[in-house]
Design a binder for this molecule. Structure first.
Ligand SMILES: Nc1ncnc2c1ncn2[C@@H]1O[C@H](COP(=O)(O)OP(=O)(O)OP(=O)(O)O)[C@@H](O)[C@H]1O
Ligand SMILES: Nc1ccn([C@@H]2O[C@H](COP(=O)(O)O)[C@@H](O)[C@H]2O)c(=O)n1
Ligand SMILES: [Mg+2]
Length: 235
């Protein structure tokens, strides 16, 4: 599915395409493997993956906007937090460690999170991925590049005032173990110290799209829509 190089943007330069093609080889060798393909375990991927990282503080509205992006643009939504919560629920070997880390508002070791993302990507029929809440740290970012072998095409940053994020999280009412004032304060500190440098990294590389994440959900989506529409209309 991912072998055909999709022309998603007319502004993609030839050097970008060359880079993408070479990453595709890395992608295939790392994520599928000739042996697995020969056994028919995993179908060969024919399209280049189109990867969007979705970043922002706790309660900034990442998950809410991802639902709209999926509905409108047909991406597969992989929420790192949801994948980790699923591990806890499945009582896997890492479950207890993940639960404690989430309760503390800290970051789970990158290898654990990247492996979960990798598994979902391999299982998906889609080639367009919204990776929500990842990378949260430089370690996350480097680990993804090392294990998956690709870089994001787009990085969204939902920029929301802290006061608004706290209000939203405390009103969320989904029974999350980290939706309490004590953990939110820790998550905000982690966001400032560890996640903002990642956001700055992508800003310096011209991949960052900053969304002012205040207003209604629909108003915010009107800032998001043109970003993906621009990639859709070309080619
Ligand atoms: N524009 C908005 N105005 C008011 N409330 C909103 C808005 N967008 C989302 N919310 C609500 O705020 C809460 C947090 O939103 P959401 O879960 O999408 O945030 P998130 O960035 O994914 O947070 P986390 O990082 O904690 O998973 C939810 O209850 C959601 O319904
Ligand atoms: N890359 C990540 C993403 C999340 N976590 C942990 O999960 C918590 C909840 O994440 P949400 O995206 O659903 O808010 C988060 O506070 C971290 O504890 C992580 O470790 N690494
Ligand atoms: Mg979320």
């Amino acid at each position: 599915m991912w072998r055909r190089v999709a022309s998603l943007s007319s502004s993609i330069s030839s050097s970008f395409l060359a880079q993408t093609a070479s990453r595709l080889n890395t992608w295939e060798s790392l994520t599928t493997g000739i042996a697995q393909q020969a056994k028919g375990v995993i179908a060969p991927k024919e399209k280049t993956p189109f990867i969007t990282f979705v970043l922002g503080g706790p309660g900034s509205g990442k998950g809410t906007q991802c639902i709209k992006i999926v509905e409108t643009f047909g991406f597969a939504h992989l929420s790192a937090g949801d994948l980790l919560r699923r591990e806890i629920a499945s009582k896997s070997a890492d479950g207890a460690m993940i639960l404690n880390t989430i309760k503390e508002g800290k970051i789970v070791p990158s290898q654990v999170t990247v492996k979960l993302i990798q598994k979902e990507m391999e299982l998906s029929d889609n080639h367009k991925f919204l990776i929500d809440g990842f990378p949260r740290t430089e370690e996350n970012r480097v680990s993804f590049e090392r294990i998956i072998g690709v870089e994001p095409n787009v990085v969204l940053f939902f920029d929301c005032p802290e006061e608004e994020m706290v209000k939203r999280v405390l009103n969320r009412n989904e029974g999350r173990v980290d939706d309490n004032l004590e953990t939110i304060k820790k998550r905000l500190t982690v966001f400032q110290a560890l996640s903002l440098p990642v956001i700055n990294y992508y800003s310096e590389r011209g991949k960052l799209y900053t969304i002012k994440a205040i207003g209604t959900e629909d108003e915010i989506f009107e800032q998001v829509r043109p970003i993906f529409a621009a990639f859709e209309t070309v080619g």
